[in-house]
Ligand binder design. Structure first.
Ligand SMILES: Cc1cc2nc3c(=O)[nH]c(=O)nc-3n(C[C@H](O)[C@H](O)[C@H](O)COP(=O)(O)OP(=O)(O)OC[C@H]3O[C@@H](n4cnc5c(N)ncnc54)[C@H](O)[C@@H]3O)c2cc1C
Length: 330
């Protein structure tokens, strides 16, 4: 059994931010992540010669605490400013707005920088959370066990609730109803490698308010795919829902047809990524849910802030503040 003060499920931006803050305050944190890499929905995929940001495309920093975090990533060379806005499909240039930042070399640069020095157990999918003699015990898919006095869940809420099924932890009924009411949009992402240049205008992305496509970006222009034109297309929530169960080739055909005008060159390779939980579409929460216990149970992530990178990071920061103010031991 591996022990820590605080067990954190998920190495997305919220879990990593919480862990970094708690670690700075001298707490021992263990982050358990089911994927091979860190970052969650801040995701970058590399193929033979192409690089795609296929989840979050950029982030803004509107609040002072998150501006401080973003400044640190800029200084470290993990993030840079991409643009001050993106054109719409009619070609109208955006008003000069607040900075849109991206990761250097891909969005995962930011979570990778955050993870340095933290104890992240990758390839560790947690399948159950139980209470044993007053503390949390998590079990992984391969039977590893992790124990701690505090549990922070940062996965999309339906996934976090699955871990607690059959667990005797007393979540008040109205809080449980609120957790169960959280809804997410799904998003189908087409990752297209082109033979030549794309027709996507500067600074390498178009943002859509309506229609079958929500976003299209040229990762070569963005500066993360130097060797190939790698285009990310996000289908709208409506089209993603309509095509969710379709075979990959059918979904890709529909998304390619809807984005044809912007491609400008023949498609050499096409891959589909399905984001089941893309962004929260409804949440009754505007802050992390913290149940003091003992043992304590805290929910964080973008459903407990705002549906974007900044909201997720701030939820992790607030969760860490709640946890470090709790009791004598954490
Ligand atoms: C297609 C798409 C486009 C987006 N575009 C933008 C954008 O342009 N700008 C913006 O600001 N935001 C954008 N977002 C939203 C942004 O990515 C999220 O709000 C943010 O990254 C969420 O971070 P998180 O830490 O809350 O969750 P996640 O990043 O989802 O992290 C949760 C982690 O938990 C892990 N996990 C889940 N279950 C388990 C388990 N049982 N055991 C162990 N680990 C587990 C997951 O693997 C994941 O790494 C986009 C999201 C998507 C999907």
């Amino acid at each position: 059994m591996i022990r820590a003060d605080c067990l954190i499920v998920g190495a997305g931006i919220s879990g990593l931010t919480a862990a970094q803050t708690l670690t700075e305050r001298g707490k021992r944190c263990l982050i358990l992540e089911k994927s091979r890499g860190v970052g969650g929905r801040m995701a970058t995929r590399r193929t033979a010669d192409a690089v795609f940001d296929h989840g979050a495309q950029f982030f803004t920093a509107r609040s002072q605490p998150f501006q401080q975090m973003a400044s640190r990533w800029l200084q470290q060379g993990a993030a840079r400013e991409w643009s001050r806005g993106f054109p719409d499909p009619e070609g109208s240039s955006p008003e000069e707005g607040h900075p849109r930042y991206c990761g250097v070399g891909g969005m995962t640069a930011v979570p990778k920088a955050l993870a340095v020095g933290l104890d992240v157990r990758r390839n560790t999918k947690i399948v159950a959370a139980r209470i044993d003699e007053g503390e949390w015990v998590l079990t992984s898919e391969t039977g590893e066990r992790f124990a701690g006095a505090h549990l922070l869940l940062t996965a999309p809420v339906p996934q976090s609730l699955t871990l607690l099924e059959g667990c005797a932890y007393p979540i008040p009924a109205e809080r449980l109803d609120a957790l169960r009411s959280v809804r997410y949009d799904s998003c189908l992402a087409a990752l297209l490698t082109l033979e030549g240049a794309s027709g996507i205008p500067e600074p390498g992305a178009v943002s859509f308010r309506e229609g079958p496509i929500a976003w299209i970006a040229d990762n070569h222009q963005k500066g993360i795919s130097p060797l190939a034109t790698a285009v990310t297309v996000h289908a709208s929530p409506e089209l993603s829902l309509a095509l969710w169960s379709a075979p990959e080739e059918v979904a890709l055909r529909e998304i390619r047809a809807a984005s044809d005008r912007w491609l400008g060159s023949a498609v050499r390779e096409a891959v589909l990524h399905r984001w089941r939980y893309s962004k929260p579409a409804f949440s009754p929460f505007d802050a992390p849910l913290h149940l003091a216990g003992p043992p304590s149970l805290t929910f964080a992530g973008d459903a407990f802030g705002a549906p974007r990178v900044e909201g997720a990071a701030l939820s992790g920061l607030i969760a860490a503040q709640l946890l470090s103010g709790y009791g004598q031991d954490v």
